[in-house]
Design a protein around this ligand. Sequence first.
Ligand code: GAR
Length: 185
Amino acid sequence: MKKIAILASGSGSNAEKIMEHFQFSDKAQIVQIGSNKEDAYVLERAKKYGVPTFTFNKTALEQGTVTEKLIENQVDWVILAGFLLKIPQNLINKFPNNIINIHPALLPKYGGIGMYGMNVHSAVKEAGEKETGITIHLVNENYDEGKIIFQAATSIDEKDSAEEIAQKVHALEHKYFPQIIESML
Ligand code: GAR
């Protein structure tokens, strides 16, 4: 049985899909959810599934407190599901090739610092793109530059607002992220 920890900063709709997917699994278990936001809705979602949570700030993350906690809990895989802080080297060193991120665009397009959540969809809309999608990738020390594991695309209609683009992307994330995680374990 593999142990998965999720780090998330916001609503946590992806985290919920992952908890749902592995709820009765004999392959993996979600052992904890960590957030850098005390009021992140993901913490409420975790309660529903009985998954323990913890919160931390940027300094604690950078100083290795989060890394220690994950090691203490014998975590095998770290999943970033809408986690907006940069992952420090101390965490990457302890989990080389075992941290997976989801990005709401077709990397290498629309990646990098400042490109998260609605910022991405607004930029995609602004550029008049005909398609967008999701990228699931391993995490290295540079934002959005680790090895790509999986991508899926969706078309954009000229009339789609940034919010509608976000909905299409979320639908892809919810469909694929849990199963791609399972395929990586
Ligand atoms: C997701 O769309 C995810 O791809 C994105 O944040 C959203 C979180 O939604 N992540 C990034 O932008 C990372 N650069 P959720 O909280 O409902 O899962």
